[in-house]
Design a protein around this ligand. Structure first.
Ligand SMILES: *Cc1c(COP(=O)(O)O)cnc(C)c1O
Length: 405
């Protein structure tokens, strides 16, 4: 007999689907074997993706590359940050972000992150004093106070880079995330909003930064001329940098671009469903005394494909029991600070010269639960997930409350 009262749990680690119209285009591309972006004189899928992406975001220029990490690395190189430049990054991000800073010969300075997964502005204002650049990771799509951060960077006269790897479709005060700083970087890795397996793109309105990024991405000789139609400012900058920059060869290929372009059309639907799924599960969790889903900031319209929540203060020492209970009920939850060797726990970034003590961020990570909610889930899927979390809460926390009485 099947139990219809508890729907089967979805596999939340399955990636965003590839739309059918991409399949035919991939087949067409394979029949030509034209996979390198510079084989054709113009209109390569990568160049078309760059034009479409820039237009979607409302940015002047876009440069597609091999990953978001490569885009962040190139952003720092394009901004000409000197060796050893101090780059502020949030202490809650993916290990690839401090790694990109190290790769660019700069020094990451970790800024404390608050209970709501966003930059602690007191610590930020303290640390920007000695900084040469700011790199904000909108980790898991959580947007920090970009008004305060952009104003502080501007007042200090230092560049602002946005790691929007996981924030495509998010807006801040009506403006697309990734277009607030001088450079914004996005990811096409499978667990992000657009799935090409791997890939990344940077956007900027600065012709000089765009020109440097294009050349350093690997536009050798005059291949920059194949980046589509561009304005006089960009063309002048490209000619000016000819032969003067290293070629890091971290380009995107036509196959990836062909997979991404139809998904760009699907983006508004994915954003709407992601927000619906997130808010539905968040509302159910927030209705209980055991869980806290921190709210968005007022200026923020999120485009989430995952949910992060905390265990309420009084039950926090049972976080590990709760995670174990979820797993026993058939649904694994990641607690960033408890998972062994987790790449989002800053104390595991032992490749850094100096891993600071950041008790506030550490405490946040020790109770932050992470659930992937891909945008293809329907409401029944989301309810099945929420049911497990609530049942585990009932079993672990309600029992603890009884014992305490
Ligand atoms: C995924 C991710 C990255 C890395 O993106 P890649 O394309 O895999 O290099 C960087 N920052 C954040 C916040 C991410 O979510």
């Amino acid at each position: 007999m099947t139990d219809t009262s508890s729907p089967r749990l979805p596999d939340v680690h399955a990636a965003e689907p590839i739309p059918q119209d991409a399949w035919a285009q991939v087949e067409q591309l394979l029949s030509t074997a034209d996979l390198f972006r510079y084989t054709a004189a113009d209109q390569s899928p990568v160049a078309l993706l760059e034009a479409e992406f820039a237009q979607t975001l409302g940015a002047k220029y876009a440069v597609a590359v091999a990953s978001c990490s490569a885009a962040l690395f190139l952003a720092m190189k394009a901004l000409d940050l000197p060796r050893g430049a101090k780059v502020l990054i949030p202490a809650f991000t993916f290990a690839a972000v401090p790694s990109a800073v190290v790769h660019a010969d700069c020094t990451p300075v970790l800024v404390d992150v608050a209970e709501n997964f966003r930059i602690d502005l007191d610590d930020f204002h303290r640390k920007i004093e000695g900084a040469d650049a700011v790199l904000i990771s909108h980790m898991r799509g959580h947007t920090s106070d970009m008004d305060a951060i952009a104003a502080a960077a501007q007042a200090k006269g230092i560049p602002l880079i946005e790691d929007a790897a996981h924030s495509l479709g998010t807006t801040w005060g009506g403006q697309n995330i990734g277009t607030i700083g001088t450079v914004g970087a996005f990811s096409f890795q499978s667990y992000k909003m657009l799935n090409a397996g791997e890939g990344g793109i940077l956007v900027t309105d600065d012709a000089n930064v765009a020109a440097r990024a294009i050349i350093m991405s690997g536009a050798y000789e005059h291949n920059w001329a194949k980046h589509g139609t561009f304005d006089a400012a960009l063309k002048g900058a490209l000619q000016g940098w000819q032969n003067k920059l290293p070629l890091y060869n971290t380009r995107l290929n036509n196959l990836s671009a062909t997979l991404i372009r139809p998904q760009l059309q699907a983006l508004p639907g994915r954003v709407a469903r992601g927000r619906r799924n997130h808010d539905h599960v968040a509302d159910r969790l927030n209705a209980q005394p055991w869980f806290v889903v921190p709210p968005s900031l007022p200026q923020e319209q999120r485009a989430p494909d995952s949910l992060q929540f905390h265990i309420s203060e009084e039950y926090r020492d049972l976080t590990e029991d709760f995670a174990r209970c979820c797993a026993a009920l058939g649904f694994k939850i990641q607690v960033f600070g408890l998972a062994e060797d987790n790449a989002r726990a800053f104390w595991n970034w032992q490749f850094l010269d100096d891993v600071p003590e950041l008790p506030q961020t550490k405490a946040m990570l020790m109770s932050a639960c992470d659930v992937r909610l891909p945008t293809w889930l329907d409401t029944a899927d989301c309810d099945a997930i929420a049911d497990v979390i609530l049942r585990a809460g009932q079993q672990v926390f309600a029992r603890a409350a009884l014992v305490a009485e």
